[in-house]
Design a protein around this ligand. Structure first.
Ligand SMILES: CC(C)(COP(=O)([O-])OP(=O)([O-])OC[C@H]1O[C@@H](n2cnc3c(N)ncnc32)[C@H](O)[C@@H]1OP(=O)([O-])[O-])[C@@H](O)C(=O)NCCC(=O)NCCSC(=O)C[C@@](C)(O)CC(=O)[O-]
Length: 299
């Protein structure tokens, strides 16, 4: 299998990363993070989410963040929307692309969005119709593709079934989330063989949390399986509010280092990316979660 010449990095730090922070983060700091990521050359940035503020208080200011950012031509600024209400709020904030999120595990679906998998898919139908009418593209997520904090092992066929439904209802891309980072390279390849049977591999993305230190191995395994879109979070920001002990997404800096070593293009500038990550870590008063950033900053 040939490796791709280029990879699209989907930067989820401002959303997946910051949604887990307990301390207040100002709109200005969120805006600055998105702007720094734009300057670093990311072509896709998940800026926030339009979810219930009772469930995820940190994302409550997402509309203000969208108003404040400097949008750059050729960059997609996206948001998560769990239902029609979220989509309407996103459209009001002039969001260009949204993402719906389902799970491959019943227990996680209940904890995360308070409904069964089947009900969540039903809930997306009017959202998809309204998004189509507004000419807004929709990305789909499936959580817990390589394990669930409540249900344990998840069968690849179960992941494939949810992914298929999202693709069939019009999601142009389906991101497969290893929410608790328990996946290994072998399991990742086995999963992609099953899911990739029904959905073209260029329509799949990998979303790996690094809790067990396996994310880069899983990305390499995915590259070998023909995947060329990966979600990552600057400075490894994040965790999962419904998965105890989960760390953030794999750090964007670490993925970039891997891809640069393979000669794969991303359009992202390492030094500007590290500056963006270091700045938000200083705001949060926490250590930088990227090994590459820490190594390069200490030189
Ligand atoms: C889905 C719901 C809303 C169901 O929550 P619910 O309580 O079942 O919903 P409801 O329809 O009964 O509404 C309850 C209240 O929420 C309001 N509401 C309803 N919808 C919205 C909305 N869109 N925006 C703002 N407010 C909303 C609604 O108006 C009402 O307000 P009240 O009358 O009580 O004042 C809730 O469970 C929720 O917001 N969940 C979001 C959880 C979340 O954001 N999780 C993190 C993102 S997923 C993730 O991180 C995984 C991923 C994607 O990264 C991949 C991976 O790693 O696996």
């Amino acid at each position: 299998m040939n490796l791709p010449k280029s990879v699209r990095l989907v930067e989820v730090g401002p959303r997946d990363g910051l949604q887990n922070e307990k301390q207040p983060i100002s709109v200005a700091d969120k805006v600055r993070l998105v702007d720094d990521l734009t300057v670093a050359g990311l072509s896709y940035i998940e800026v926030g989410s339009f979810v219930s503020p009772k469930w995820v208080p940190q994302m409550a200011g997402s509309a203000e963040v969208f108003t404040g950012i400097q949008r750059s031509a050729g960059v997609t600024y996206a948001a998560l929307t769990p239902n029609l209400k979220g989509l309407e709020a996103a459209l009001d904030a002039k969001v260009e692309e949204v993402a719906v999120f389902a799970a491959a595990s019943e227990a996680f679906s209940q904890k995360n969005i308070n409904c069964s998998i089947a009900d969540s898919l039903q809930r997306f139908v009017p959202l998809m119709e309204a998004a189509k009418a507004a000419n807004v593209r929709v990305r789909g997520y499936v959580s817990c593709v390589l394990g669930c904090p409540y249900d344990g092992e998840i069968a690849p066929q179960q992941v494939a079934s949810v992914a298929r439904e999202l693709y069939a209802m019009g999601c142009y891309e389906v991101s497969l989330g290893d929410t608790i980072g328990t996946g290994t390279a072998g399991k990742t390849r086995a999963l992609l063989e099953v899911v990739g049977h029904d959905i073209p591999r260029e329509r799949l993305a990998g979303h790996f949390h690094d809790t067990y230190g396996q994310a880069l191995a899983n990305i390499y395994a995915s590259l070998l399986e023909g995947i060329s879109v990966f979600d990552s979070s600057v400075a490894g920001l994040g965790g999962c509010p419904y998965a105890k002990g989960a760390t953030g997404n794999v750090a964007t800096e670490d993925v970039l280092y891997l891809l640069q070593g393979l000669g794969i293009e991303t359009g992202v500038d390492m030094h500007k990316l590290i500056a963006a990550g270091q700045r938000i870590c200083e705001v949060l008063g926490k250590a930088n979660g990227s090994r590459v950033a820490r190594a390069l900053l200490s030189r």
